[in-house]
Design a protein. Structure first.
Ligand SMILES: Nc1ncnc2c1ncn2[C@@H]1O[C@H](COP(=O)(O)OP(=O)(O)OP(=O)(O)O)[C@@H](O)[C@H]1O
Length: 535
């Protein structure tokens, strides 16, 4: 390798050719590789082991050892070492100043021992001797440098050098001091990251416990952890006047959540005004929201109060807020910022004290990018976002919701519908619910109306739910097979309802006992199975 300019101009031979050719140039390259290695991975190990490899490959040094002072116990601990014959993790080198490694860390000065075998004394800890046993036996040298970050000592970095290379220990020390500077940064960065990560983890556990214990608001069904998170947020925000933005797919329950917030708030006895921004034509939305003066436009025969005025002192729920026009966005922004507005066609400035809850299923961030939603309005409404998850992400809520709607619509329609059959439950569970809770509610309402025997069967559910597997008709590729599957289900249901008594089940199905017996044989149904089953 060629000399670098610095070696040549110094008019002295290049520093010893340990790296082959000019050591300075090689060191520079290696240091670059080392800093790249140290920036990898979240765990210290993922950075240190590649660093050891780079150093040993480039320099002929061996047996990298990293010790780090524990920030909790103050002990010096072997964090990583290259020689995997030594169980590093069990090596605690004790408090600073005990032993040889501790002395280097405490003094903050590097140390070089040219001949380990001749130097190890009783001052060394047994753990240190174990750590370097192979190097002592091989007559190697030890170069140890402190690791610092700013002025704080973090630990030590050491390598050994086989006997043949002992002439270069000074250059090794200088090189390792530079490496130690980079290692110090890497260690400190990961210590801080780990402490923050642990603190967040603890906070997370605490919050999850709180969420598990948190209240379940009346009228909101579902105990899935996703919904508990919603309840937790409702609980946190309800009593304040903070603007809330509820997000989620259509039918997921955003309006239900908004109503719950109002019900749980101190404004419960004050007005609650709902506005569906998507349902109002652009031409009238402003006058709907802010009212208009008499004669403001053709047809404005008298003064009309807007929804904000009607909600004075209470709460306004702006559903589908993503649908409002640019002009209305500007006016809304002013209301949110200053609490003032004028009626359409009016000059009098009105002051409002209204808590705003908004909801949308639109991607507002994308709308901001497109220029169809104002960023400043977004900041004003996105003060406390609550995300209502889609039903397919909280399947454990499906049955509870289905039972809730079953009871509601049975009561409303004066019907004694008591339960949902197992195949129907399977279908409800297997479906992907693009219309979310609203779709489930509509389906149960319809099924309650269709049911004649107090049970919701799979055939009471609409064809969109007939996913084959769920309705036990997965292999029903022909009409005959589908009919068989349905017949089988009806027979099983009848047997369940009549505790396995074939005569009663047959009567219920309008069959003779003999015909039902033949069917049981055909479908390999054992009626005795239902003797203890729930009626
Ligand atoms: N967790 C729930 N518990 C009980 N009923 C619910 C729940 N979630 C939703 N519902 C009911 O489902 C139906 C649809 O809910 P809601 O109108 O709140 O949905 P949404 O997200 O506001 O829909 P959209 O985006 O179409 O306005 C309503 O009848 C509502 O009462």
């Amino acid at each position: 390798m060629e000399e670098c300019d610095r070696c040549a101009s110094a008019k002295k031979p290049p520093t010893p050719a340990l790296f082959g050719g000019c050591r300075l140039m090689r060191e520079f390259t290696v240091l670059h590789d080392i800093s790249t290695a140290l920036s990898q991975g979240f765990e210290l190990r993922e950075a240190i082991l590649p660093m050891f490899r780079k150093v040993t490959e480039a320099s002929g040094l061996r047996r990298g050892i990293l010790t780090v002072l524990s920030r909790e116990s103050g002990d010096l601990v072997v964090e990583e070492l290259e020689d995997d014959s030594v169980p590093a993790k069990s090596l605690h080198l004790g408090q600073l100043e005990s032993g040889y490694f501790g002395a280097v860390a405490a003094s903050g000065e590097p140390a070089v021992i040219p001949q380990l075998s001749a130097t190890v004394t009783s001052d060394w800890l047994p753990a240190e001797r174990d750590l370097l046993r192979a190097a002592i036996d091989a007559g190697e040298s030890l170069i140890m440098v402190p690791i610092r970050h700013a002025q704080e000592i973090l630990g030590t970095l050491s390598f050994t050098r086989p006997p043949a290379g002992q002439a270069h220990l000074e250059a090794d020390e200088r090189f390792l001091m530079v490496v130690a500077g980079q290692v110090g940064l890497a260690v400190r960065f990961r210590q801080i990251a780990k402490e923050r990560f642990d603190a967040l983890k603890e906070e997370n556990v605490r919050l999850m416990e709180q969420i598990q214990k948190s209240f379940i608001p009346e009228g909101l069904i579902g105990r899935s952890s996703a919904m508990r998170m919603v309840y937790f947020h409702v609980d946190q925000v309800a009593s304040s006047k903070t603007t809330v933005l509820i997000r989620g797919e259509t039918g997921a329950g955003k309006e239900r959540v908004a109503t719950t917030i109002w019900e749980a708030s101190s404004r419960k006895r004050r007005p609650y005004v709902r506005v569906n921004c998507a349902a109002l034509p652009e031409s009238i939305i402003e006058s709907e929201l802010f009212g208009h003066e008499k004669g403001a436009f053709t047809g404005a025969l008298s003064l009309r109060k807007g929804r904000f005025e009607l909600a004075q002192g209470g709460t306004i729920f702006l559903d589908e807020i993503g649908e409002i026009s640019a002009a209305t966005q500007a006016k809304l922004l002013r209301v949110l910022q200053e609490g003032t507005y004028e009626r359409v066609g009016g000059t009098e400035t009105l002051h409002v004290d209204v808590r705003v809850i908004a909801a949308t299923n639109r991607n507002l961030e994308k709308m901001i990018e497109d220029g169809s939603f104002r960023l400043d309005l977004y900041y004003r409404i996105n003060v406390f976002p609550i995300y209502v998850p889609p039903l397919r992400e909280r399947r454990s809520d499906i049955l509870e919701l289905a039972d809730f709607f079953l009871e509601k619509y049975a009561r409303q329609n004066g019907k004694a519908v008591l339960r949902i059959s197992t195949p129907a439950i399977d279908m409800l569970m297997a479906y992907h619910w693009p219309g979310n809770v609203r779709e489930l509610e509509n389906i149960i309402e319809r099924a309650v109306l269709l049911s004649t025997d107090g049970v919701i069967h799979s055939y009471h559910l609409p064809p969109t739910l007939q996913t084959g597997e769920a309705s036990n008709t997965a292999s029903a590729s022909t009409l005959a097979e589908a009919v068989d599957a349905l017949e089988r289900e009806l027979i099983v249901e009848a047997l369940k309802n009549h505790r396995g008594i074939v005569a009663q089940a047959a009567r219920h199905l309008g069959l003779t006992e003999r015909v039902l017996g033949l069917r049981l044989k055909k479908y390999a149904i054992d009626s005795r199975r239902f003797r203890t089953a729930e009626a």
